[in-house]
Design a binder for this molecule. Sequence first.
Ligand SMILES: Cc1cc2nc3c(=O)[nH]c(=O)nc-3n(C[C@H](O)[C@H](O)[C@H](O)COP(=O)(O)OP(=O)(O)OC[C@H]3O[C@@H](n4cnc5c(N)ncnc54)[C@H](O)[C@@H]3O)c2cc1C
Length: 572
Amino acid sequence: MSKTAIPVVETDILILGAGGAGLCAALRAADSGKKLKILIVTKAIIGKGGCSRMVQGGYNVVLNPADSFEKHFIDTLKGGQFINNQDLAWELVTVAPARVKEMETKYGCFFDRNPDGTIHQKPFAGQSFDRTVHKGDLTGIEIVSRLAEQVFNRDIEYLDEHRAVELLFDPEGTRIVGALLIDIGRGDFIIAHARATLVCTGGGPTMYKLFAPSLDKSADGIALLYRAGAEMIDMEMVQFHPTGLIVPGSNTSGTLLEEGLRGAGAQLFNALGERFMERYAPNEKERATRDVVSRCSFMEIMAGRGTSHGGVFIDASVMGPEFVMKNFPGMVERCRDYGFDLPHERVEVSPTAHYFMGGAFIDPACRTDLEGLYAAGEDSGGVHGSNRLGGNGIADSTVFGGIAGDFMANDVIGRQRFPFDAQQVERIIRDIQSPLGREGIDLYPLRTQLRLSNWERLGIIRSEAGLKEGLQLIRELSDKTHQVGIEGTTAYNIPWNDWMNLRNMLDVSELIGRSALERRESRGAHYRSDFPKKNNREYLKNFFIKRKNGEIHLYERPVVFNRLKPEEINFE
Ligand SMILES: Cc1cc2nc3c(=O)[nH]c(=O)nc-3n(C[C@H](O)[C@H](O)[C@H](O)COP(=O)(O)OP(=O)(O)OC[C@H]3O[C@@H](n4cnc5c(N)ncnc54)[C@H](O)[C@@H]3O)c2cc1C
């Protein structure tokens, strides 16, 4: 089949990513009773990487009879400012209860209880009912650890510390038949040849100065999906969380201080000691939504009223040190690790890039518009519209990951095994090996430039002029990646991996910028200083991107209001 000397791993189902989405997909496919070969690939170590493991707050799900699917659905649409794909949002809310039950009764997760034995559900921003299931403030560790154990107990193969580099086509160029992988440690290439391929590498807007996602993420899946030609949706929608910890000189800057602090009464101050939220949102103050607080903090910083490290202060001590220690032990410990005393002193924070609402456009079976290719979790888009509610992220990845597992298991039965295009493999390898041994420029200043520029131009506050400048720089930096020189071989070569990461970040930055330019209004996470108002008359629509002949094609479609019309509820 192949003229290349690269080892080929044959599988029925290939799963790229081992977060909530990847693990649930593998388990559901393995339990389908269809005796399929399943291969999980993760850039990290199974059960240890990605953001599902970092989930602190919890999982939104309707369990209480006084709650309803309709309420959760409306909350999700209000949060997303009505540009959500309604079929996907409905799927999310209606499948989540079964998934939580499955995680407890079949996979062994155990969530916090009420005295009567029912699952405890706590309040979270933007919810009309307290529906967030949690395990203390370490919910993600509980979920991912138990799911990983279940994977180890089944006939599921996995490759740790292997990265997917590109999706592979058949020789006709019409079907996805797997992916080219690199064994990060040994530096060997591997072809994963599959009948169905799921991309669920967890998005991750790590192309900004400050970001919250895990360091193994560089928007790889989104870049792979886009480059393969899958239809992408809502790429302008990037969520920023208001309170990323500032740790001067450390890569961990941007890591989250959880939203519950502001909810419970912590206050924000600028460097002049002003409680600035009183000015911007006199009623809600720090309890305003994520996007509003992030924007206000950013405006203070940009106006020169930020701290010397480019942040603002959060003051939790106003709630009383005892209260903080009792209710936020995880946050207290996190701050203590870096030498900050959260219960007693003000701590420097900044908005931090958190989550992609955009990604591959999927149908409710997680199929993309390319044959053989599926997407789930943060690599897919449309569920959350212009803003994701806290607690809907891990619900999304486990719900849709499981659905993808179900459908792939069905779809591969009887599906022909198409060959891969060996010439494509050779082209990719030639391309990605090009910087090795080349005398060239340094990679890291390019990455720093991208992150700083995106922060100011493609970030929390955008304008036509800024976006155009940002896009121009992205194109220049993309050209310069061809001049980068990297020493060493393919084996455990961190700079080489960072170069591949940077290329993916650049591609995805371009998608963000291009979509943001088209949305000449402000909605949810997307704020245009030149169009500061929401414009429902013209912009209840989604922007789509598709790559054709190497070029970006951008087009729009109106939102389909097949379940709820905007005029039926007040979503202002
Ligand atoms: C600090 C933090 C706190 C959060 N708290 C909450 C919360 O309380 N509630 C909530 O609902 N959501 C929360 N979220 C969001 C939530 O974590 C995500 O929505 C969700 O976990 C994404 O799941 P996923 O399966 O898509 O990706 P992930 O769980 O991120 O998994 C991605 C996987 O892909 C792998 N990978 C990446 N690139 C490659 C590659 N090239 N090749 C192979 N593998 C690759 C990674 O190693 C990892 O295994 C939080 C996010 C962060 C960062």
